[in-house]
Design a protein around this ligand. Structure first.
Ligand SMILES: Nc1ncnc2c1ncn2[C@@H]1O[C@H](COP(=O)(O)OP(=O)(O)OP(=O)(O)O)[C@@H](O)[C@H]1O
Length: 252
């Protein structure tokens, strides 16, 4: 098979310039399996310190599987995942999280029978992590609802709460799975503002998205996944010129 120019670029060595800083996260030749089903095929990607990178692609392209493989939640994988120069591939997921990677799954991991405040207070805060007060200050809507059970929150509020919970651990890299999914445009805007604030603080992010408008507002680079392959890589300054390609990758 002949690689297209875009595929060749996506498959190129991950840290091309010897003078550029080292990536925070480097994923090399990642293959992942559910039983006999081979789902990721040699995925290569990297995230630089403070960079926001999106993974875009249709349903079933392998975006969530990539996040699960990075976090060590899916163990049936080959290849290498390194973070700040350390090979994480063989570590269990709790130790991967302890290195500073935080995953907010699509299902928005909150405890629905506990109140907003209890949800915020339950994960242990690490030095530098967000306190409950800081979280409630940043999101007055959650302060107003601090005694509500998680189950009574809107989808957008649950998304904010799930993200704030993981910020207690002072992560260095946030992995967000479709944070805008199912939310009203005004709430999507609010979530986007929150991510802009976090990036200004230097947090690196991998954003899994099917909402191109949301992804292109935030991300410095986009990796396109098709059937478990990274087939393209588009920088933010190329998005306008390549918008129809990007829309094509996402259309069904
Ligand atoms: N637990 C599982 N067992 C078997 N196959 C799975 C499992 N989870 C996902 N798959 C399959 O793996 C492939 C990649 O799924 P994945 O969830 O990573 O895609 P995605 O790009 O995140 O799409 P979506 O937005 O639909 O979640 C799909 O073909 C999916 O059916």
């Amino acid at each position: 098979m002949t690689l297209s120019a875009a595929q060749a670029r996506a498959a190129a060595p991950l840290n091309p310039s010897p003078s550029s800083p080292a990536p925070l996260l480097r994923v090399q030749n990642l293959n992942a399996y559910y039983g006999q089903s081979h789902v990721l095929h040699g995925v290569n990607l990297h995230v630089m310190p403070g960079e926001v990178v999106s993974l875009i692609g249709r349903n079933g392209a392998g975006k969530t599987t990539t996040l699960k493989s990075i976090m060590g939640v899916l163990r049936s994988r080959t290849g290498t995942v390194s973070f700040a120069g350390e090979d994480l591939t063989r570590l269990p997921s709790n130790r991967i999280a302890a290195r500073g990677l935080a995953w907010v799954p699509e299902e928005r991991a909150i405890l629905s029978s506990l109140t907003v405040r209890e949800n915020l207070e339950l994960p242990p805060a690490r030095p530098g992590g967000w306190s409950t007060e800081r979280a409630l200050e940043a999101f007055p809507v959650l302060r107003e609802r601090s005694h509500y059970p998680g189950s009574k929150l809107s989808g957008g509020e649950q998304q904010m709460l799930a993200t704030l919970r993981v910020l207690r651990s002072a992560p260095k890299l946030l992995l967000l799975d479709e944070p805008s999914e199912g939310l009203a445009p005004v709430i999507v805007q609010r979530i986007g503002d929150m991510l802009q604030d976090l990036r200004r603080e230097g947090l690196a992010v991998i954003l899994v998205e099917q909402n191109l408008k949301f992804a292109t507002r935030l991300a410095d680079r986009h990796y396109v996944l098709v059937d478990g392959h990274v087939v393209d890589e588009v920088r933010a300054d190329e998005v306008e010129a390549r918008r129809s390609d990007l829309l094509g990758y996402l259309s069904v």
